[in-house]
Design a protein around this ligand. Structure first.
Ligand code: SF4
Length: 319
């Protein structure tokens, strides 16, 4: 995959980039965000608590009340309530950051946490169910298709690969929108995502194919956003060894007439090793790519599945 001249933009909780913006003047630098991914993305650091004027250092805040609709209040001064300010800032940033392709949030934060943030009763006792950070919730409500993830969850190789796959898909869609959405553009886009979609969500793969197949005279600018929302929802489902194996088998089918019986046997052997967890996904893919270099197929060459993110990120070496 070629990395476009302009790197895709990802918004990030500023403390994850090493900025000393936490309530205690510290940071939560994430190696992934502040080192590994910086070659591939332009990060836009945002600290909502500092932005609304809470200062550094500051009294910590926490979520209190109904876990579905909590309030962000001071842990010392219970009169301090910044719920409205944080929510409004979330809406403001959602409007300002229209060109980002993803957002990495700091987990467990009453402002930035995406899920399972501790919520307390008014008397200070912790509740069983968790909530969502006020800023993150307001932001995400206005960007329902945007790939979002918490830094902690990105330690999981499958979730990391899934998130970055979606970020690059989002970026590709933004490019398509800039060119202007045409019937041809939409079907070509879907065609390139065919095998990726099949790996993530075989059911949605068929549904989305039918959606475009029955496009008729519908204006592609009308259908496009619906298609894209469904595509992003489908890609959110993580591909498994079973679904990847299915796609690898489909891909190997394109080599049926081109390679020798020994080579076919080797391909099947390596796909089997992947299915049984003996080798990571990169192994059968490298072998298939080798054969496709010798025996190019224009339809396969355009498939995003072969390289949905830059090779040097090595995201498929660990899944
Ligand atoms: S979690 Fe969010 S609000 Fe808290 S320090 Fe980090 S960026 Fe700021």
């Amino acid at each position: 995959m070629l990395v476009p001249a302009a790197k895709p933009k990802i918004a990030v909780s500023a403390c994850l980039m090493g900025a000393e913006v936490r309530y205690n003047g510290g940071h939560k630098a994430s190696r992934l965000c502040s080192r590994i991914l910086t070659d591939y993305f332009d990060f836009v650091p945002v600290c909502p608590e500092v932005a609304i004027g809470l200062g550094i250092p500051r009294e910590p805040i926490r979520l209190v009340g109904d876990p579905n609709q909590p309030e962000a209040v001071g842990t010392v001064d219970r009169q301090l309530n910044v719920t409205r300010l944080l929510a409004e800032y979330g809406q403001q940033m959602a409007a300002e950051l229209g060109d980002i392709c993803g957002y990495i949030f700091m987990q467990r934060s009453p402002s930035c946490g995406m899920e399972r943030v501790k919520v307390y009763h008014a008397n200070g006792a912790p509740q069983d169910s968790g909530g969502q950070g006020i800023y993150a919730r307001a932001f995400c409500a206005l960007h329902p298709d945007l790939p979002v993830e918490e830094d902690g969850r990105l330690n999981d190789p499958v979730l990391r690969e899934n998130f970055l796959t979606r970020v690059f898909a989002y970026s590709a869609w933004q490019h398509l929108l800039k060119e202007g959405l045409s019937r041809r553009g939409l079907t070509d886009f879907h065609s390139r995502y065919k095998y990726l979609l099949m790996a993530h969500n075989p059911v949605q793969y068929k549904i989305l194919g039918n959606l475009l197949g029955n496009m008729g005279h519908t204006d592609p600018r009308e259908l496009g956003p619906r298609y894209f929302s469904e595509l992003m929802a489908a890609l959110k489902k993580c591909a498994t060894r079973r679904t990847h194996t299915n796609v690898l088998q489909h891909l190997s089918g394109y080599l049926k007439q081109a390679i020798s019986a020994e080579d076919k046997q080797e391909v099947q052997h390596v796909i089997g090793q992947y299915r049984h967890g003996i080798v990571p996904l990169v192994v059968p893919l490298t072998l298939l790519k080798h054969h496709f270099r010798q025996h190019p197929d224009p339809y396969i060459a355009q498939q995003v599945y072969l390289q949905p993110h830059p090779e040097n990120l090595s995201l498929r070496n660990t899944i």
